[in-house]
Write a protein that binds this ligand. Structure first.
Ligand code: G3P
Length: 222
């Protein structure tokens, strides 16, 4: 995956499921093509297949279970996500926390399926622990700022810097994203200047009156 990377988590907002997911994917694809910045999208499970068929941008799941295909009910395997067209998955999002053992299993399952893993964390210590599992990305997001409209880049740049340092120390191959309250190109610039490889965001785009204007601003200072 190229850097910088902007990953939009569509969560389960009304404004980002079904046809709304298509609208955001179409805007993301246009902005990515115009700017040359890699933009990915993490829609709900039901939208993974249609979105990945219609658009070229990388599609991610919001969660994956670290299990082999077989006799499990209500779970989702990396293999099934891959067949649906996903390129990777978030793991351990703040709204879908897992145990360390489960995170390890999910990262391994994604690796076996040749898929990209993005492990979310809440601070530098958890980021260091996640980096030890050798995912492709660690994405640090202070939970109290998620969905707040207050950017981690402004409110807590220290957590970004400390996470970048901690991850580099444990495994320099692991890339770092940051998220929570990211809304502007200035936030993205700050995140990159602090050593990250990009950002993970949701409401800044999904809840915006004009998602295209927000996305164009997000890539404007890269
Ligand atoms: O997965 C991204 C997310 O947790 C950040 O949410 O709405 O603060 O951009 P938001």
């Amino acid at each position: 995956m190229a850097a910088p990377f902007i990953l939009i988590n569509l969560k389960t907002y009304r404004e980002s499921t079904g046809q709304h997911a298509h609208r955001i994917a179409s805007i993301a694809q246009a902005v990515s093509a115009d700017s040359g910045v890699l933009i990915g999208i993490a829609p709900s499970y039901l939208d993974i297949h249609p979105i990945s068929r219609h658009y070229e941008i990388p599609v991610f799941a919001q969660h994956v279970d670290g299990i082999e295909p077989g006799a499990h009910t209500g779970t989702i395997t990396a293999e099934a996500l891959k067949q649906a067209g996903a390129k990777g998955s978030l793991v351990n999002h703040s709204e879908r926390r897992l145990t360390l053992v489960d995170i390890d299993a999910a990262v391994s399952a994604l690796r076996s399926a040749h898929m990209v893993s993005v492990v979310c964390t809440n601070n530098e210590a958890a980021s260091a622990a996640a980096a030890a599992l050798s995912p492709d990305y660690v994405a640090v997001e202070p939970p109290e700022l998620i969905g707040s409209g207050v950017s981690v880049a402004k409110a807590n740049p220290d957590i970004i810097k400390k996470t970048v340092d901690a991850v580099r120390l444990v495994n320099p191959k692991v890339m770092v994203l940051t998220g929570a309250g990211i809304q502007t190109g200035e936030c993205v610039r700050t995140a990159i200047d602090l050593g990250t490889d990009g950002v993970l965001l949701a409401s800044g785009v999904v809840k915006a009156k004009d998602p295209e204007a927000v996305l164009r601003d997000l890539v404007s200072k890269i």
